[in-house]
Design a protein around this ligand. Structure first.
Ligand code: PXL
Length: 281
């Protein structure tokens, strides 16, 4: 398939929907998703779950949207514009998760439409983005609908209690998460600090595929999970298989981490600027 970044002039590009929270600092959340969708040549749309008050140092406020407004955003874009792939980020609460599950079933997200569920639980600084009481609803309502789930090792610990220490622990975690019903599980290895490489493990209930990349000594990784999940979604929207889309996502996030930049006094974001060309205007 074509890997061209730029949709043809006047031709409607594939459409991706992110169901996620806003990061006022612009590094993570739906801002990272929209930026990534653009850089990957798909039209991005948003169902906003919550607005965070946030800079590079901390999340100092969260306002959740009414669950029915989250669901209405999903219905509005799906019934008119069309969704070729959807992803989740910060989902905040059980009532929001329940509303999303219902709306997704109505419009076919997770059935006919690929659905990437990124189990976002906390910010880099440890500020909560999902209520503790919502973990059960997340596992029961989001995972069975997911085409792919993309936990990091902190999220694995929270969701399964498994403390991954090596590659075989990563496999155990993938097997345990698969039992919750997603079609594919990607256990990301970036937080396996003892490993000199970053190895992400993909599992479909029978086979494991490893995606290996360099480990950078990089403090600025804000938004890395969101960016990887949205780059994968952009390729699923174009009809690629999950292993192909994950391979692209791994390359995308590796470049984005390599080019990450400082911002404010805390953690800066990963960068999608490497995809911007220097064409004259
Ligand atoms: O990177 C996870 C994430 C997702 N969504 C929002 C966030 C963060 C991390 O801080 O703020 C809104």
């Amino acid at each position: 398939m074509s890997t061209s970044l730029r949709p043809e002039a006047g031709v409607t590009p594939p459409r991706c929907l992110t169901i996620a929270g806003s990061d006022s600092g612009g590094g993570a959340g739906l801002q990272a998703d929209l930026r990534t969708f653009f850089a990957c040549g798909v039209h991005g749309m948003t169902a906003i779950t919550a607005v965070t008050v946030q800079n590079s140092v901390a999340v100092t406020g969260v306002v959740e949207l009414p669950p029915e407004t989250v669901a209405a955003q999903i219905r509005a874009v799906a019934t008119d514009i069309g969704v070729h792939a959807a992803k989740t980020g910060m989902l905040a609460s059980t009532p929001i998760i329940e509303a999303i599950a219902e709306a997704c079933d109505e419009v076919g997200i997770g059935r006919d439409i690929p659905f990437v569920v990124d189990p976002v639980a906390a910010s880099m600084g440890g500020d909560p983005l999902l209520a503790d009481s919502a973990l059960d609803a997340f596992r029961k309502l989001m995972f069975p609908r997911a085409t792919l789930i993309t936990p990091n090792l902190d999220e694995v610990r929270l969701l399964t209690g498994i403390d991954v220490k090596d590659r075989s622990g990563q496999r155990d975690a993938a097997r345990a998460l698969y039992e919750y019903g997603p079609k594919w599980v990607l256990v990301k290895g970036g937080h396996l600090w003892s490993d000199p490489r970053c190895v992400d493990l993909l599992y479909d209930g029978s086979e494991f595929i490893e995606y290996e990349g360099p480990r950078y000594d990089q403090p600025h990784t804000h938004g890395s999970g969101d960016t990887m999940a949205s780059s994968i979604s952009s390729r699923l929207a174009r009809g690629e298989s999950v292993p192909e889309a994950v391979e692209f996502g791994k390359r995308y996030i590796t470049r984005a981490v390599a080019d990450a930049y400082p911002l404010g006094a805390g953690h800066g974001p990963v960068s999608g600027f490497w995809r911007i060309s220097e064409d004259p205007v």
